[in-house]
Design a protein around this ligand. Structure first.
Ligand SMILES: NC(=O)c1ccc[n+]([C@@H]2O[C@H](COP(=O)([O-])OP(=O)(O)OC[C@H]3O[C@@H](n4cnc5c(N)ncnc54)[C@H](O)[C@@H]3O)[C@@H](O)[C@H]2O)c1
Length: 487
């Protein structure tokens, strides 16, 4: 395969790690074309022969995306590259790294425990990353570029990645170190998955000018840099910091709204209309977050912790990133507020009640359940003795809770329940009618809206149908007495 593509003038790219990021990055790079329309690269995707690796490798080699997505472009591009152009293949053989001119690193680096949020307590699991980078150093061509996209604690390119590559080069008798650059991937799962790679701004930095030049040229070959120019930062630490700060800013913005949510509910205020009004101040306030159920996913739940770990480990310690860490704590516990509302509507006692939980992924339209706020919510709900019917139209198997049955259809579950909690605004749940949500023979039905999924008209109709209601941030419902049985 390599000889075939080299003879046609193509270069070789290896993408290490075929998860939510790598499985989309690989076909996006494979879609890059030269002026004559021919593929610019042969792309070799690399994953491990254990864990999710074999399934992901097999899926790509069949021409289908190994990651479920609401973006049809992901499947189309994968099929096109594997089955039509023939310039994308996946393997677990590390020798593929030795063929590459560019090695894109998309393997994970995680914290050991997201609930350990105090300075000095944060632990990062370095073993997997170090092992992966060691494989790269052992196999790569000396002149290839290693482009790390994985979210890293700032300082990690210098302190963790480069030393390992240099050790492996020394063991091979190679002088100096490899070309190394950092460009955090900003891919956003959802309907614009692929476009969030190709049509989005990126920051990057090299460990030396030659690496930065090579990274710029490479990134420009598959990103629409005319519309979304690249930004070169002064050091890899700056580029690493950019990703951590960007996600911590978002996490903070979400956490900040939580205490205003509680105030709004006490004060009988509809916080959604308040925030919409504030958002009209474009440029400074238009990004203000809305009340909600909680925060999940792989990144927003940990990236602030990586910053604290870097401060402790690489930059002398004694710097407590209190606000950043507090935001993560608040976000982690956020679903417990919806639990309070559920308990209240259940009459103060959840034991013996049947509750339908609508949504376990951490975003609408996405099947990813990593660190889903539904997990803590379900644990506590069941801990208080409720029977929970768990639903999600996109999640066939809840990876983190393999013992839990996930129903694809919510309607029948709701019919059998005392209450329903609308946790994730999947389209299917927004379309639930009053008749589907309200009547439960012999019970006093209730609906908890944790994500602004029920508008005021529907709420009124639900009340008329005999439903009790509460909503996160919907103080005006409380002001109208919706939490009590309808007269
Ligand atoms: N998920 C997102 O939305 C997102 C967005 C932007 C950035 N990121 C960052 O990208 C990185 C990867 O995230 P992800 O969501 O793709 O993770 P993931 O867990 O979905 O996938 C990682 C893959 O890497 C494989 N892997 C691990 N070690 C390997 C090795 N030595 N060689 C080959 N393959 C190996 C794993 O088997 C797995 O399939 C993380 O740092 C994450 O923070 C994630």
């Amino acid at each position: 395969l390599e000889r075939h593509w080299r003879s046609r003038g193509a270069e070789v790219v290896a993408v290490q790690g075929l998860g939510f990021v790598g499985a989309a990055v690989a076909p996006a790079i494979a879609a890059s074309r030269r002026a004559d329309g021919s593929p610019r690269y042969l792309v070799l995707g690399l994953d491990l022969p254990s864990g999710p690796g074999p399934e992901r490798i097999a899926a790509i080699n069949r021409g289908s995306a190994p990651i479920g997505s609401s973006d049809p472009e992901l499947d189309r591009l994968t099929a096109q590259a594997v089955l039509e152009a023939g310039n994308l293949a996946a393997t677990h053989l590390e020798m593929a790294l030795g063929l590459a001119d560019y090695i894109v690193v998309d393997i994970p680096l995680d914290v050991a425990d997201r609930t350990r949020t105090r300075p000095g307590q944060v632990e990062v699991d370095q073993a997997g990353m170090v092992a992966g980078i060691r494989t790269v150093g052992r196999n790569m061509k000396p002149e290839a570029l290693v482009l790390v996209e994985t979210t890293l604690p700032l300082g990690a390119c210098r302190e963790m990645i480069r030393p390992v590559l240099e050790e492996e080069f020394a063991a091979r008798g190679l002088a100096g170190g490899p070309k190394l650059a950092y460009a955090a991937e900003r891919v956003m799962p959802g309907p614009d998955y692929v476009e969030s790679i190709r049509s989005f701004w990126r920051c990057y930095a090299g460990t030396d000018p030659a690496s930065a030049e090579m990274a710029e040229e490479f990134l420009s070959s598959f990103i629409d840099t005319e519309r979304f120019p690249l930004r070169r930062l002064g050091s890899p630490a700056a580029a690493e910091m950019g990703k951590l700060l960007e996600n911590s800013y978002r996490a903070m913005n979400i956490a900040f709204i939580q205490e205003w949510t509680l105030l709004a509910e006490r004060a009988g205020v509809n916080l959604f209309e308040v925030v919409e009004g504030i958002r009209q101040r474009r440029g400074t306030h238009d990004n203000m977050r809305l009340p909600g159920f909680g925060v999940g996913g792989y990144c927003l739940t940990k990236d602030g912790l990586l910053a604290q770990w870097a401060a402790d480990r690489y930059y002398g310690g004694g710097l407590d990133m209190d606000l950043t860490l507090k935001a993560l704590e608040v976000n982690y516990h956020m679903p417990l507020h919806t639990l309070e509302l559920t308990r209240e509507l259940a009459g103060g006692e959840l034991a013996g009640k049947t509750i339908t939980l609508c949504g376990v992924s951490y975003l609408p339209g996405v099947p990813d359940t990593r660190n889903s706020p539904s997990e803590l919510f379900l644990d506590r709900l069941e801990g208080e003795g409720a029977k929970v019917l768990v639903c999600d139209p996109l999640v066939g198997r809840w990876q983190e809770k393999p013992g839990v049955r996930v129903h694809g259809q919510a309607k029948e579950c709701i019919r059998r329940s005392d209450g329903v909690v609308l946790a994730v605004p999947h389209r299917q749940y927004l379309e639930l009618t009053v008749a589907e949500l309200a009547p439960r023979p012999g019970r006093q039905p209730f609906v908890v809206d944790a994500q602004n999924m029920v508008d005021d008209q529907k709420a009124e109709d639900l009340r008329r149908a005999g439903c009790r209601l509460a909503g996160v941030g919907k103080g005006h419902w409380r002001g109208r007495g919706y939490q009590w049985p309808a007269a």
